[in-house]
Design a protein around this ligand. Structure first.
Ligand SMILES: *Cc1c(COP(=O)(O)O)cnc(C)c1O
Length: 382
């Protein structure tokens, strides 16, 4: 604790008084929020609110029990069927969060004679899941599939599982799913993608990396998506073969030993799913804002990362500098969190800017103007 403070790495919570939307209210202060994962602007959508209120009126608040006892409601089941159809998989299983989905899948499938191969920059929940399983755990350098190929060739483990984020949460770059699928087929390994940041955002209909790269169930047997980001609600799901899902129902501890999500959330997510599929203008608008932001930063000489997704981090380097920039932006009315070690490697601190379909072009322009000021002050100091 003390060392973290000395290093300037203490994390802090801020109390938000408004719904998740571009204007973020904290007490009597308001900020333009560029730190949200509500990529399609659905978290406070009136239709989701209405769907949830209707469900609350007919089904109450709590699910009351775990899925295998008495807590599996019709809305959960309908959501699973809708997600299976949307992703083109035989079945889907809804979890209370993405963290739990990842833990539940990996610990259910992998045991002590098995090996897990993960991208170095995979989400913490995937790394924790591997630790919790008894399998051997290996990490390959970020997006280095030649290294992965070598590791798979050298492995004699019984069951091999390759795991990757679809869109990397702190960098915004993407997996090469086709390449991974080919490698896995070649080495008889299973492939699992955690598409928390791609689901809803990528693909013509929002089907994420799997849709974008045209990966079917055979090529990508284990697909995880979350519902608390682009879908604007809460929870997560795993989609795959009937055998996979039936196995998870029997053996996935984070599915079995926890209270099912409130059915009203499942009901609201069904509404969200139809909006995600039908309102492709949200993805188009998002892409327009992403292009605008990138062009703006490029012309200002602000260092961005290799990302075409709504996650557009500005690479700063030192933690102190990232924090002071974040503070200065706050003064100017912007909410943009500094991401520091251990979430990212040492010396790679950044401002994680995320864009959403509910931002306006004017808000993005305003941000670019303020960033231009900050950057010229930095240049003057150096
Ligand atoms: C957010 C996230 C999760 C966790 O999902 P929750 O539903 O928030 O628990 C898992 N994986 C990745 C890549 C994420 O970004």
């Amino acid at each position: 604790m003390r060392q973290r403070a000395v290093d300037g790495l203490t994390r802090q919570r801020w109390i938000c008084d408004s719904p998740q939307q571009p204007i973020r209210q904290l007490g009597d202060k308001s900020y333009i929020n560029f730190s949200s994962n509500d990529y399609l602007g659905l978290a406070a959508d009136a239709r989701l609110v209405e769907a949830m209120i209707n469900a609350l009126n007919t089904q109450g608040v709590g699910s009351g029990a775990s899925h295998l006892t008495a807590g599996h409601h019709r809305a959960h089941h309908q959501l699973e069927e809708a997600l299976a159809e949307f992703t083109g998989r035989e079945k889907a299983l809804v979890f209370s969060s993405g963290y739990m989905a990842n833990l539940g899948v990996i610990t259910a499938l992998m045991g002590k004679d098995d090996a897990i191969f993960q991208d170095k920059l995979n989400h913490a929940s995937l790394l924790d899941a591997a630790k919790l399983s008894d399998a051997a755990s290996r990490r390959f350098p970020h997006l280095d599939y030649t290294a992965l190929d070598r590791m798979l060739s050298a492995s004699s483990s019984q069951q091999r599982l390759v795991v990757s984020d679809g869109v990397f949460s702190m960098d915004g770059d993407r997996v090469d799913g086709r390449r991974l699928a080919d490698l896995c087929q070649q080495h008889k390994a299973w492939l699992m993608l955690d598409d928390a940041h791609g689901f809803g955002v990528l693909g013509e209909q929002g089907g994420g990396c799997a849709e974008l790269e045209g990966l079917n169930q055979q090529q990508l047997p284990i697909l995880v998506g979350t519902l608390g980001k682009a879908f604007g609600t809460s929870g997560a799901f795993v989609a795959g073969s009937a055998v996979l899902i039936d196995t998870l129902v029997q053996f996935s501890r984070t599915y079995i030993y926890t209270t099912a999500m409130p059915p009203a959330i499942a009901q609201a997510t069904l509404t969200s799913l139809t909006i995600v599929q039908s309102e492709s203008w949200r993805r188009e608008k998002l892409n327009t804002l992403i292009a605008k932001f990138r062009q703006g930063c490029e012309s200002l000489g602000i260092p961005l990362m290799h990302s075409t997704t709504p996650i557009q981090p500005i690479l700063v380097g030192e933690s102190e500098l990232a924090v002071s920039l974040s503070e200065a932006l706050k003064e100017a009315g912007f909410w943009i969190t500094a991401i520091r070690p251990p979430t990212v490697p040492l010396g790679m601190a950044r401002l994680r800017v995320t864009l959403t379909a509910s931002h306006t072009e004017a808000q993005v322009e305003h941000l670019l103007n303020v960033l231009a000021d900050q950057w010229s002050q930095l240049d003057a100091q150096n």
